[in-house]
Design a protein around this ligand. Structure first.
Ligand SMILES: Nc1ncnc2c1ncn2[C@@H]1O[C@H](COP(=O)(O)OP(=O)(O)OP(=O)(O)O)[C@@H](O)[C@H]1O
Ligand SMILES: [Mg+2]
Ligand SMILES: [Zn+2]
Length: 463
């Protein structure tokens, strides 16, 4: 399939969107025959400069221009220029041909009459990329342009074009295209392409493209391809890696009601949708600060801003984000988090071969005890070795917290089960059952640095 933005390249002045002053300028100039010999098209990317240069080249050479200035797009001259094969319309991309040789070649050729047309038109795109020497060579040509030659220079960065060159040209400014106009154009393209769309999606694309119509059409195409021809806001946000506002709202409301279950579900959505946790936290902070001074919201705002600080320093950002969020919902002993729903243990992480005493301990924490300990235990592998309870956490933060509270946990365990055990917290990303002997040693070292120990089945340390 032809790229959409090329397929919808404007073919006459009347097709140009927003740049009315450009249309008027050329309508007058061409009708009255007062053509300047060098134009400098200046303006942001994707606003119609190259398109207009080609339209102008066609119009100047058209055999029967409509209304005296619009290219007919049907005569031989229009067709050959459209096909890019015209001998008299020369396009050069200064970004890839920066040198003096190319400009000299142009200088040597300008003297000759056009072969098949009235005018020879040189279009030099990204002209600000030319070297100093090339600019000087170009300047000589611009100073004495033959009658039959028109130069159209185009640039997104006019401030990089030497004043001497700018002053030799008639400057035509292209402007950023307003969101409304971009949106309407996208609607038109969707209809012509038989694509389904949500208006909000097209509006969002229009806003994102910052006035550049090409970027907007390019984005539309990317999203349409991703969503098999149905351009929804949801897919648009996904393709752009943006955070849907509903997710932020749900996150804030889950935090404020202490609904850990819904938080866990949300985390899954966030991870599945490839949303960057830092990005998400930032959006959330913006959202809550817009809602101050509600005291619950203020507290969440403080939490989120701490979270952002924390995320900056954590390698495993997503894990940190998940754990801290669930803690925030569970931790706070009801001060601002009144309702709590029971945290369901995700299946894959359910403790392997836990014994009844461990179950009772976890149950107690869920109902009466420290909810942060509960969350850690519920997400880790807990093993009862008789004299020791080993907890292997997959997340360093869990491990840290359990290590810190190990004495209290031992006391709680004794009260509930009347058993004396040593409580050992370890951290391992690998399920302990599958550890290869070769990597065990380095793992033991890692665990001992982080305060954890790796134990054999049935107790006893592996050294
Ligand atoms: N004013 C416009 N009216 C209609 N379509 C436009 C307009 N501006 C850009 N487009 C769309 O974007 C595509 C690229 O436009 P064009 O190449 O003319 O932009 P440009 O200003 O030369 O950009 P750059 O500075 O990046 O070279 C066109 O093929 C067309 O689909
Ligand atoms: Mg261009
Ligand atoms: Zn024509």
């Amino acid at each position: 399939m032809e790229t959409l933005y090329l397929k919808y390249r404007p073919k006459k002045f009347g097709d140009l969107i927003w740049q009315d002053h450009v249309k008027r300028l050329f309508a007058n100039a061409i009708s009255s025959g007062e053509i300047s010999h060098s134009y400098l098209f200046s303006g942001p990317r994707g606003t119609g400069k190259t398109s207009t240069a080609r339209i102008l080249a066609k119009s100047l050479n058209c055999e029967k221009p409509i209304d005296g200035y619009e290219p007919c797009n049907e005569c031989e001259s229009c067709k050959v220029i459209d096909s890019g094969k015209s001998m008299d319309v020369v396009e050069m991309d200064a970004a890839s041909n920066r040198g003096i040789d190319e400009i000299r070649a142009i200088r040597d050729r300008v003297a000759y009459l056009p072969i098949e047309s009235k005018y020879k038109v040189y279009i030099i795109d990204e002209v600000h990329m030319l070297t100093k020497e090339a600019f000087n060579a170009l300047l000589k040509t611009l100073e004495e342009p033959p009658k039959h030659t028109i130069f159209i220079l185009a640039t997104t960065e006019i401030q990089k074009v030497p004043d001497t060159v700018v002053s030799r040209c008639q400057v035509v400014e292209f402007r950023r295209i307003p969101v409304e106009f971009i949106k309407d154009h996208l609607v038109k393209i969707c209809k012509m392409e038989n694509m389904k769309f949500e208006t909000e999606a097209l509006e969002h694309i229009a806003k994102k493209s910052m006035g550049a119509l090409r970027d907007a059409i390019g984005l539309l195409e990317e999203i349409a391809r991703f969503s098999a021809g149905n351009v929804t806001l949801k897919d648009t946000l996904f393709v752009l890696g943006e955070v849907p506002i509903e997710t932020v709202e749900e996150y804030v409301s889950s935090l404020s009601s202490g609904n850990a279950e819904s938080l866990l579900r949300l985390m899954e959505t966030i991870e599945e949708n490839g949303i960057d946790p830092m990005n998400f936290a930032q959006e959330t902070l913006e959202f809550v600060t817009s809602k101050l001074p509600d005291p619950v919201i203020a507290k969440i705002g403080k939490f989120v801003s701490d979270l952002i600080q924390r995320l900056k320093f954590e390698e495993k950002q997503f894990d940190t984000f998940k754990v801290l969020s669930v803690f925030e919902a569970l931790n706070d002993k009801g001060e601002i988090l009144p309702e709590r729903s029971v945290l369901k243990v995700p299946k894959a992480e359910k403790a392997v071969s836990v014994k009844t005493d461990v179950d009772r301990l976890i149950d107690w924490y869920a109902k009466e005890g420290d909810m942060s300990v509960f969350a850690c235990l519920a997400m880790s592998i807990v093993k009862d070795f008789g004299d020791r309870i080993l907890v292997i956490s997959k997340i360093p933060l869990h491990h840290e917290l359990l290590k810190e509270k190990s004495k209290t946990i031992e006391m709680d365990f004794k009260r509930i089960t009347s058993r004396d055990v040593k409580f050992v917290s370890a951290y391992s990303e690998i399920p302990i059952e599958n550890i290869e002997p070769e990597i065990r040693e380095s793992l033991v070292r890692t665990l001992s640095i982080s305060g954890g120990k790796l134990l054999k089945e049935g107790g006893g340390e592996i050294v």
